[in-house]
Design a protein around this ligand. Structure first.
Ligand SMILES: CC(C)(COP(=O)(O)OP(=O)(O)OC[C@H]1O[C@@H](n2cnc3c(N)ncnc32)[C@H](O)[C@@H]1OP(=O)(O)O)[C@@H](O)C(=O)NCCC(=O)NCCS
Length: 223
C-alpha cells in the first residue's frame, strides 16, 4: 500500500469488520504475528461466532480537516460512521474480542507495521473498552507474549494488570503468556481514567491534524 507521509498522520475511523476486509486483515496479520490466523479462522469468527465482535480501523482523509476544527471524542465517533455509498479507505488495523460471561476477551489487536507508533493501537483499544462496556462486559482480559513489551505497555497504560501466566501458551516457540485484565469497566474511577486517556488521544490527533493543515497552508502560501 502506497500512501503519502501526511496521510499517515490522520485519524482513522472504526467500523465492524466485514468479509470484504479479510484480504487486508490477512496482510496485516501475517506481519504482526508469528503464527497468523488463517482466512478461514476469521471467516468463522465473522459468520458463526455469536460472541465475537471484530472491528477495523481505516484511514479517513476527510477526518483530518474535521478533527483540526476541534471537538473531542464524540465528534471522532460521529466521523467513524461512514455513508454507505463512500468507498472504503485502506485498512490500517483491527481488533477483536469475544464477549463471554460478562468478560470481553480480546482475541487480537494489530496495526499495519508502517502505521505503528501513531496512536492507532491505542485508538482501537480505547474503542474496544468502550464498546465492551456498552455491551455490559464488566471486565476486559487478554493473553500477551511475555516478550511483547510494546503491547504490554499499551495495556498497562489502560491499567490492565498482570493477573496470571499461561505456561508455554504459544505453540510456535512455547512462549509463556501473561494474562492481563482491566479494573471493573464500569467503576467510576476507571471510567474517569479512560475518559482522560481518550481526551489526550484525541488532542494528539487534533494536534497532528493542525500541524498538517498548517504545513499545507505554508506550502500553498510559498508556492
Ligand atoms: C501492539 C500494537 C497494536 C500497538 O499499536 P501502535 O499503534 O503501535 O501503538 P500506539 O502508537 O497506539 O501506542 C500506544 C501505547 O503503546 C505503547 N507503545 C507503543 N509503541 C511502543 C514501543 N515501541 N515501545 C514501548 N511502548 C510502546 C505505549 O504505551 C504507547 O503509549 P504512548 O504513546 O503514550 O507512549 C502494535 O505494535 C502491533 O500491531 N503489534 C503487533 C501485533 C501485536 O503484538 N498485538 C498484540 C497482541 S497481544
Amino acid at each position: 500500500m502506497n500512501v503519502s507521509d501526511d496521510l499517515k498522520q490522520i485519524p482513522a475511523r472504526i467500523e465492524p469488520m466485514a468479509a470484504s476486509d479479510l484480504a487486508q486483515v490477512m496482510e496485516i496479520d501475517q506481519t504482526a504475528f508469528p503464527s497468523p490466523w488463517s482466512t478461514r479462522a476469521y471467516e468463522y469468527e465473522l459468520r458463526y461466532n455469536e460472541m465475537a465482535h471484530y472491528f477495523v480501523a481505516r484511514l479517513d482523509p476527510a477526518a483530518l480537516a474535521r478533527a483540526a476544527r476541534g471537538g473531542l471524542w464524540q465528534r471522532l465517533q460521529r466521523l467513524w460512521a461512514r455513508p454507505a455509498s463512500a468507498p472504503a479507505p485502506p485498512l490500517v488495523g483491527y481488533v477483536g474480542y469475544w464477549l463471554m460471561a460478562g468478560e470481553a476477551h480480546i482475541s487480537t489487536i494489530a496495526v499495519r507495521e508502517e502505521y505503528r507508533g501513531r496512536s492507532l493501537g491505542e485508538l482501537l483499544l480505547a474503542f474496544t473498552l468502550q464498546d465492551a462496556a456498552r455491551r455490559s462486559a464488566h471486565v476486559a482480559t487478554l493473553e500477551v507474549r511475555v516478550s511483547n513489551l510494546r503491547a504490554q505497555q499499551l495495556y498497562l497504560k489502560y491499567d490492565f494488570e498482570k493477573v496470571g501466566m499461561r505456561k508455554a501458551y504459544y505453540s510456535d516457540n512455547n512462549e509463556d503468556a501473561f494474562i492481563m485484565t482491566t479494573p471493573p469497566l464500569h467503576s467510576a474511577a476507571y471510567q474517569e481514567k479512560q475518559r482522560r486517556l481518550r481526551t489526550a488521544l484525541v488532542m494528539r490527533f487534533q494536534e497532528r491534524a493542525g500541524k498538517t493543515a498548517s504545513a499545507a497552508r505554508t506550502h500553498w502560501q510559498t508556492h
